[in-house]
Design a protein around this ligand. Sequence first.
Ligand SMILES: [Zn+2]
Length: 303
Amino acid sequence: MVALPWLGGCSSESGGGSGKPVVVATTTMVADLAREIGGDRVEVKGLMGPGVDPHNYVPKLADTRLLEKADVVLYSGLHLEGKFQSTLEAMAKRGGNVVAVSDGLPAEQLLAPQEGFEGTKDPHIWGDPRLWALAVGPVVDALAKADPAGKAEYVERGESYRKALLELDGWAREEVGKVAEEKRVLVTSHDAFFYFGRAYGFQVKGLQGVSTAAEAGVKDRAELVKYLRELGVRTVFSETSINAKGIEAVAAEAGVRVSGSSLYSDALGRPGDVGEAGGVRFDRGTYLGMVRHNVNAIVEGLK
Ligand SMILES: [Zn+2]
């Protein structure tokens, strides 16, 4: 049970009624990680649904109730969850089993945002599956702390999922090889793809910054149009968790096309939204499927 500062006292009611530890996760990516590692031993509840932008997320009353019942709270961290992060940190300070999955990453692997947000790091770590594999450790530890009897199972599932992530990285590396190096320019709605770009050799530019809290201005659009023309970029990408109007306006002005496949940046797709490419089926509602969708869309759009 996580102690909430504004609720005083603990409810004795058990979480989901199933008797399993209740794991509350903020974003869809973190909820997916918890499901992969927790398996049937835990009940995972995600606060943010598909298509929800975590940067501007304001917790609802129902979220507060869920947090109150949680045995484990997992969040992404590095200020991805915006102002919500201070609430989560306060819960951790009061002794709650509240963990940022980004705590598993060594500081030297983190990127600084392009401009503004001094002193913070780019939170979009899931853009590189090898970095996301480092987020497995804190989840295994947090689940084992809540449910010591399940520790061996969490460790084993964590290890096999880590392997799946590294295999995914190997596949992605082969796929991006189909795009000539000079064509590896990824332009999207906001700065969510720097880790992806570093991993796979893409120049990356977003219309909005690392957070979506600030709207893109006229100057940002003009600069991006100039950039697209200078580099001869022909395809740009919208993102599922951000209104496409901004990037569409830039594309129209620059005379380039917007890919028909919107990228999943800060939220996974709907569970059960299955795609297929090269004989492989993938569920866009999972992290593994999200990366496959994005890589396929990027390679198709830029090669
Ligand atoms: Zn973002």
